[in-house]
Design a protein around this ligand. Structure first.
Ligand code: ATP
Ligand code: LTN
Length: 255
């Protein structure tokens, strides 16, 4: 029986965070043992924000090095740079013609990013999920390992594929999101109500994979908790403590 196909990617917007690692890349590593895996550096997706060309080039190669350092083995998995495979952008155009403005305007990432980059709400930011759908459908992927924040993008990918198949006959495999049970959504250490992200502008909010160990300890020690003198898991009432417990559990594999 042929192996199931996996495709995933990370935007080359900077250093990887602990959130990227626990939410996505840790699962990629496990999957490469049993599946046909394609792991992409999503550098076209980063064009939705303004980039310095030199910085983008070095971030792209940096991310490649981080994939390998995180255990993605180029002998077992296909690692590639999105912009070097022209069919991603080509299929994105075709799929754009099968995607409705209404469904794109419901995407929470679009809403978040257009608030953050209010001076540059370009149409790439709006059609971002269509390029992501092209990435996935091009490889006839069965499973897409991502963090929880990408679930909505997987749903729209399935809707686009089903719509296309409904009109022209079975063309695309309908992919499924693979979301790990632990740490699918790591929150910021300073603002535990929003997700930890590479592009966070809040100092000490994100742990980066290439932070020095004592810097990591300092960030954890400074993390925002609450005034109650008790450690208990309660995401609503105690988001800071609950986030620290989830991170601890994901790293030590203790439940
Ligand atoms: P940016 O800040 O540039 O938007 P990001 O840190 O949100 O970047 P992405 O490149 O958008 O990272 O995401 C790469 C992968 O990491 C995706 O699968 C995403 O779901 C996952 N991921 C990102 N942040 C987290 C998080 N805080 N917790 C769990 N998974 C995450
Ligand atoms: N949008 C994703 C990155 C990404 C991706 C993909 C993930 C681009 N193309 C295809 C999975 C499959 C994000 O994490 N922000």
């Amino acid at each position: 029986m042929s192996k199931k196909v996996i495709l995933s990617g990370v935007q080359s917007t900077g250093n990887l965070t602990l959130g990227n690692y626990l939410g996505a890349i840790k699962n990629w590593k496990k999957m490469q043992e049993d599946y046909e895996c394609h792991y992409m550096i999503a550098n076209l997706h980063t064009l939705t924000i303004r980039n310095d060309p030199e910085k983008l080039r070095s971030n792209t190669l940096n991310l490649l090095a981080l994939y390998i350092a995180a255990g993605i083995d180029p002998e077992k998995s296909n690692i590639f740079i999105q912009s070097q495979v022209a069919s991603h952008a080509e299929l994105a155009w075709v799929l754009n013609c099968f995607t409705y403005m209404g469904e794109l305007s419901r995407m929470t990432q679009f809403k978040d990013k257009s608030t953050k980059h209010a001076d540059n709400i370009n149409s790439g930011l709006f059609t971002y999920p269509v390029l992501m759908a092209a990435d996935i459908l091009l490889y006839q992927a069965d499973l897409v390992p991502v963090g929880e924040d990408q679930k909505q993008h997987l749903e729209i990918t399935r809707d686009i594929a089903e719509r296309f198949n409904g009109i022209y006959g079975k063309t695309f495999k309908i992919p499924e999101a693979y979301i790990g049970e632990n740490a699918a959504r790591v929150m910021g250490l300073q603002d535990p109500t929003s997700k930890m992200s590479k592009s966070s502008v809040i100092p000490n909010d994100s742990i980066f994979l290439n932070d020095e160990p004592d810097e990591i300890m300092k960030k954890f020690k400074k993390s925002v908790t609450d005034s109650e003198n008790i450690v208990r898991f309660d995401v609503k009432e105690k988001p800071g403590i609950s986030n620290l417990i989830s991170i601890y559990s994901a790293i030590t594999r203790k439940k």
